[in-house]
Write a protein that binds this ligand. Structure first.
Ligand code: CA
Length: 227
């Protein structure tokens, strides 16, 4: 799998390269908008990690040019904390996902795995753990032979936990990625806890095996067996 990283911050580009190479991706780095634009259009890539604030052409211009040329390479954009408008514009222009800086590397890697899986439809449209199954197209959740009646937020929350199946998810990750709140706050923590409790009741209450676990002081994990 070949990933293009378009990022002008030298240190961050190095960190991203090392992390991606450790996961056995082939990495190409572009440090300017011009170079990123050229490589994105000219090279064969499986994914583009695209910073928006770049010298030369901006990330949004690169994205727009790619999509105008009908190149459907998945694009994950990196946006500044206060760049809400850029984020929305990016998604409108055809970005597949975004992360707000600063982000945790495991989060980036999970998103990249998810985007690359999405390219293979049969796997991407369903998420499973034990007898729990999420159909992302029909937006249906089933535990065993029982359909779960979930709210939109509960579905998103469960999808997020399933995408991180077996890995710890912090309240901060949930605040940022499910609630789309860049800043974590105590009232939001309480909301998250309440939502998790409701979701757990629907998912686990009548099942033989618990899947959603709380890790005290840290967060949550969706996992078969004890955490
Ligand atoms: Ca930048």
């Amino acid at each position: 799998m070949r990933v293009l990283v378009v990022e002008d911050e030298r240190k961050l580009a190095q960190v991203l390269t090392a992390a991606l190479q450790a996961e056995h991706y082939e990495v190409v780095v572009a440090r300017t908008g011009e170079d990123g634009f050229f490589r994105a259009c000219a090279e064969t890539l499986d994914l583009v990690v695209l910073d928006l604030m770049l010298p030369g052409r901006s990330g949004l211009e690169i994205l727009q040019a790619l999509r105008q040329r009908h190149l459907q390479t998945p694009v994950l954009i990196l946006t500044a904390r206060d760049g809400v408008e850029d984020r929305v514009t990016g998604l409108d222009l055809g970005a597949d996902d975004y992360l707000v800086k600063p982000f945790a590397l495991p989060e980036l890697l999970a998103r990249i795995r998810a985007l690359l899986r999405r390219g293979r439809p049969s796997e991407a449209l369903r998420l499973k753990a034990a007898d729990l199954e999420l159909d992302l197209v029909a937006r249906r959740a089933v535990r065993g032979d029982r359909a779960l009646d979930l709210t939109v937020r509960e579905f998103e929350l469960l999808e997020y936990l399933l995408r991180h199946h077996g890995h710890m998810v912090s309240r901060e990750m949930l605040a940022r990625e499910v609630w789309r709140e860049p800043r974590r706050a105590t009232p939001l923590d309480n909301v998250i806890d309440v939502q998790i409790a409701r979701l757990r009741k629907k998912v686990d209450a009548e099942a033989g095996q618990r899947l959603i676990h709380t890790i005290r002081g840290v967060g949550f994990v969706l996992k078969e067996g004890e955490p």
